[in-house]
Design a binder for this molecule. Structure first.
Ligand SMILES: C[S@@+](CC[C@H](N)C(=O)[O-])C[C@H]1O[C@@H](n2cnc3c(N)ncnc32)[C@H](O)[C@@H]1O
Length: 151
């Protein structure tokens, strides 16, 4: 994921490794994140104490922050398949004009389940795919779409 998040990022849910990678590349990253589980949020607060206020326990389906971010990452796995486009529309509402929504999807290696294809889902919702990536090790797929300045 580090290759397709150039700078400021919201990570939704939390993905602390990305922050460390981007800092190593000399890029400015201000981490934000939400998760429905308090344990992961507490871990993020410990790792990023200087940004502790940016991490909240919340249900992403009910969370209504009063701002937008340049980069938003979340997963299709947080939505039932018949709600993917609604979920994506909700996430796009968190992306600032000129920003990017990155979608991930995870399979299950132990159960032999392949991940959903976020690029296909984005297209099925009428959105352009700006790029895709996959991780065979993590059995995961990623795709992203860019939000126009005039959106
Ligand atoms: C597979 S883990 C992903 C962990 C890490 N963020 C990553 O991308 O590798 C899925 C996470 O989504 C969180 N989650 C599931 N439903 C959620 C919801 N409705 N709102 C916020 N977080 C949720 C879970 O608590 C869990 O930490």
């Amino acid at each position: 994921m580090r290759d397709f998040i150039p700078y400021t990022v919201i990570i939704l849910p939390l993905h602390c490794k990305v922050v460390r990678d981007q800092r190593a590349r000399g890029l400015v990253v201000v981490p934000y994140g939400i998760d429905i589980g308090p344990g992961l949020v507490e871990l993020a607060v410990q790792r990023h104490a200087e940004h502790a206020d940016n991490f909240v326990v919340a249900d992403a389906w009910a969370w209504n922050p009063q701002r937008q971010w340049d980069f938003v990452y979340s997963m299709l796995d947080l939505s039932p398949p018949d709600m993917y486009c609604v979920w994506i529309d909700r996430l796009l509402g968190l992306v600032a004009p000129g920003g990017r929504l990155i979608l991930g999807a995870y399979g299950s290696t132990s159960r032999g389940i392949a991940p959903e294809q976020p690029g296909q889902v984005l297209r099925s919702c009428g959105l352009e795919v700006a790029g895709t990536a996959s991780s065979a090790n993590a059995n995961s797929e990623f795709a992203w779409t860019d939000v126009g300045v005039g959106r």
